[in-house]
Design a protein around this ligand. Structure first.
Ligand SMILES: *Cc1c(COP(=O)(O)O)cnc(C)c1O
Length: 503
């Protein structure tokens, strides 16, 4: 299987090369030359298997330059060894009325980013060997919270890699900050930036765009890379759980094999839902993919009208991982909607860059709307949904998942479609403890309380245990105290590499 750019440049490359490069040389995203088809019996074949074996089955046709032994070793390292606190890795909870919830947050950082970031580092480290890369990869990440911690956990102590995470000093929640500054591992560094998330992100981008700095690192045996969600190595692991959820529905007798299922996905960068689109292309009986947005509803507007327009107010919401105005992975959907018209995709992306907007119409829009539906939820609806689902089902949703649940209900109200629905759940409610407790008990409920008091209170109110990795944060020693000005981030990288090299 070879990979090509959504913008038509460069020549086809292997999966290992695509994963090592991240972005295609012409600025486009890598897509497989053809999507493998797995046949109608695949869910039944998967049903008796554990998550690791399911993952190996789905990954294999995409990673044809990896050996079976390499794929097996990667999925074992990613999803085995007690890294996930649930034996099923991605368990499915079923409710009445054809509703299920796919829990993707049983990994070490309690958010769905673990599903991909536990696997990517192993695929990358094997890719380095395959491409005879002698240099050590230095992963730089700017994070507004979830990605940084998940990347740190994924890359910790992975061969031939180092990771440096920059977070805005005042811009993350206390739990998120503690998760990062207590990070263990011999190849990890965490640096607070004096500034906001944009400052941190701009700083990382300018490091990537500085050829002099890359050359300087290159001479010392380092190669800069990123782990963001446009990397094929982050997308492909996400296809697995769509198959896995379907297999569990068949196994549990909730659906007949072959029956269609709809998925409702809380969406930001369009990576998660796009993996569902790949599963559908591969032959999984997916009906509609329902894209759930928060008040930053640029995707809902796009999927309803064909107009993508980022020129709008940015809102900070209680579902911060969906506070995004440029959904990078949408470019891959445009590639498929145009039947692989790379010139058209490039033209739209240039328009987005130049003017902040583009319009899709005609056949491509019709193709998109045949599969995708979208709705969004505002803050008060999200909070009401958390409370209502807890009251009626005794099930606690985090704010991102509550957005999806609310859009699932809207979809049922507005269409006559009664196809079984899987709500994709992307974070543990304990990770967003403030918003969840305030939604359950009113805004006064969190006032003056510490993080760990709130966690204990949520646990008592719901009878669920706090994920161990969050509960133990309270007593973990702080290991990372570096703080940098936004103008000095390159120096911070120099410091980190020097210190690590002397060890
Ligand atoms: C990243 C994230 C999302 C958005 O996923 P995309 O793949 O960017 O669409 C949703 N919820 C949570 C909790 C996340 O961390």
């Amino acid at each position: 299987m070879k990979y090509i750019s959504t913008r038509g440049g460069g020549s086809p490359c292997t999966a290992a090369e695509a994963i090592k490069a991240g972005l295609a040389p012409d600025g486009g995203l890598f897509v497989p030359e053809a999507t493998p088809e797995l046949g109608g019996n695949m869910p039944e074949e998967l049903a008796p298997l554990g998550y690791q074996e399911r993952a190996a089955r789905i990954l294999t046709p995409f990673l044809t330059d990896y050996t079976a032994a390499e794929i097996k070793a990667s999925v074992l390292a990613a999803y085995g060894g007690g890294k996930f606190d649930h034996a099923a890795v991605a368990p499915l909870q079923t409710f009445g009325d054809g509703f299920s919830v796919l829990e993707l947050w049983h990994g070490p950082t309690s958010a769905f980013k673990d599903m991909a970031l536990q696997l990517l580092p192993h695929l990358l480290s094997q890719a380095l060997a395959k491409t005879r890369e002698a240099r050590e990869v230095v992963i730089l990440v700017a994070t507004s919270g979830d990605t940084g911690k998940a990347a740190l956990e994924g890359f910790r102590d992975v061969k031939q890699t180092r990771i440096v995470v920059f977070f805005p000093d005042e811009g993350v929640s206390e739990v998120q900050r503690l998760q990062m500054v207590t990070q263990e591992g011999g190849n990890v560094a965490v640096v607070a930036v004096n500034g906001n998330f944009d400052d941190a992100q701009t700083g990382v981008k300018s490091i990537f765009n500085d050829p002099g700095f890359s050359a300087e690192l290159g001479e010392r045996g380092f190669l800069l890379s990123s782990a963001n969600s446009i990397n094929w190595g982050r997308l492909v692991p996400q296809i697995v759980y769509y198959y896995s959820a379907y297999a569990d529905l068949v196994k549990g007798g909730r659906i007949r094999s072959g029956q269609e299922v709809n998925f409702v996905v809380p969406t930001g960068n369009f990576g998660n839902i796009l993996a569902g689109y790949y599963a559908k292309q591969m032959g999984l009986p997916v009906g509609r993919l329902i894209c759930a947005a928060n008040k930053n509803n640029v995707l809902t507007d796009f999927l309803r009208t064909g107009v993508y327009d980022r020129r709008r107010e940015f809102f900070k919401t209680m579902s911060p991982s969906m506070d995004i105005l440029i959904s990078s992975n949408l470019e891959r959907l445009l590639y498929y909607a145009t039947g692989g018209d790379t010139a058209q995709v490039s033209a739209w992306m240039s328009e987005l860059n130049a003017s902040g907007a583009y319009r899709v119409a005609g056949t491509p829009l019709a193709r998109i709307q045949e599969t995708f539906w979208s709705g969004w939820a505002d803050e008060s609806t999200t909070a009401k949904t958390i409370r209502a689902v807890y009251e009626h089902c005794r099930y606690l949703l985090d704010p991102h998942t509550a957005v999806a649940w609310s859009v699932a209900e809207e979809y049922r109200r507005e269409t006559s479609d009664r196809t079984p629905l899987v709500v994709v759940s992307t974070a543990s409610p304990f990770k967003f403890n403030h918003s969840v407790l305030a939604a359950l008990s009113g805004p006064g409920a969190t006032r003056g309380k510490g993080e760990f008091d709130i966690l204990r209170e949520l646990s008592a109110a719901t009878g669920r245990t706090v994920p161990k990795a969050l509960a133990t944060l309270e007593h973990k020693p702080v290991r990372h105290r570096a703080l940098t000005d936004k103008a000095a981030m390159a120096d911070a990288v120099r410091d980190v590499l020097h210190i690590v090299k002397d060890n």
